[in-house]
Design a protein around this ligand. Sequence first.
Ligand code: UDP
Length: 502
Amino acid sequence: MLTCKLSINRCVETNHCFIPLSSVLTMEKSTRPHILVLPFPAEGHIKPMFNLAKLLSHRGHRITFVNTHHNHNRLLQFTDLPSFHTQFPHFHFASITDGVPVDLPPNEFELLISPSSRSQVAKEFRDLLWGFVEKPRRWDPPCCIIADGIMSTVSMNVAQELGVPVITFRTYSATATWVSIHLSKIIQEGLMDLQHPEDLDKVLTSIPGLENSLRECDLPPILKLKPGSLFIDFYIKETLTMTQASGLILNTFDQLEAPIITKLTTIFPKVYTIGPLHTLTKTQITNNNSSTLHLRKEDRRCITWLDHQKAKSVLYVSFGTLVKLSHEQLLEFWHGLVNSLKPFLWVIRHDLIIGKGDLGNNVPMELELGTKERGLMVDWAPQEKVLAHPSVGGFLTHSGWNSTLECITEGVPMLCWPLIAEQTINSRCVSEQWGIGLNMNGTSDRLIVEKMVKNLMENRIRFENSANEMSKKARESVQETGSSFHNMENLIKDIRSIKVMR
Ligand code: UDP
């Protein structure tokens, strides 16, 4: 049982009059526990945490979902909030600073994790949480916080001070979470031998449970940085703090990563594997489409375009929300795609290209013609719908965890081009462990892109059995007899059993 010891006797506001907090708690706590949800301010983190928050709201909890001001403004711009609130009247959005000075770009990972930004975020989060306790509000203080694994240092101290349990949500796979728990060990033991880059193909043997699964080059690229660098420090501190949580939520499913999930139960008192969350959400919430969170404007033309393509003929290409390409890389991919002669749908985010946003007049004629004939480029696609479309036969992906899981669910084979964070681990699992795709091993050379695109699209049959099998397991896991369904019920039961001591 999780315990919360809030001992402060305060008043709360209901419309215009104040009534004692204790009466409200008696009135509402038994039926609608209040949960505070704190994602890291990046789309790949916000999306799964929002899906979970929506499910919890749907199941009778009050939610305060904390965004940064910047992301909250994007939400106001692109999400139909009035309809959302009609469907989810007990779901509340709050926003705090991202800590990044106004003259610097928001949502740049490096700026978001700088110590000065983080300390400001921690301060505002502390104020927000204390506000629920101290200041008159309509809602009772939260019975628990569901905090992103990499928001642990921001939330853990104040939560412990107030006696509010933290359940951590690591938005990575179980395997990548397990690797991040071993980051210090990897660094201390010098497992990634940068003095001898030729050894990077060496298979790792020292991470328990992953012996012989990963090569050194599959480890997160931040390990190539000097020890003590901003990124390494950040991940180590966050992961260490995260292990103090009362439970771990993962957006994965048991049949996909069972052995590593078992390992994680040796670190966390409870592990709730409840993925694929986007599918669990769809099975449990009718009208899910109209309550989807949007932080960008989707270009729906691509669905009409897909409607006119042959079954399984199109390669969908997207590098997620954070990866950036140089002009040179973009051109290499583009040549490779056009020369493969396969139809392609490519997401070119406005911030995908490093430096100046587009290629101006420097686009070779053959690329323009090839794209006009067989391709479509959009700024942002409704990805889940695209992957579910019968015309899509392959996905060239950066191997972000959400994209990987969405693709697994649809049984679409992948061509993986991982670049940052834990993407190399996901890509390794896709190609070697699950056998549902190919790893491009970092190359964007046009000849190799062309060859690998042809290889994936013309030899689909090679991956189809495993991809379909995995898709079936993903879908089963969210059905009433499935593990993720069951684990979600356990999570709800445990949240409802939190005793607020006062
Ligand atoms: N996505 C989308 N439309 C696009 C590109 C991406 O809806 O055009 C969504 C995608 O469905 C996924 C998320 O953005 O849920 C990207 O998350 P992921 O973990 O794959 O990558 P990251 O955010 O880490 O780059």
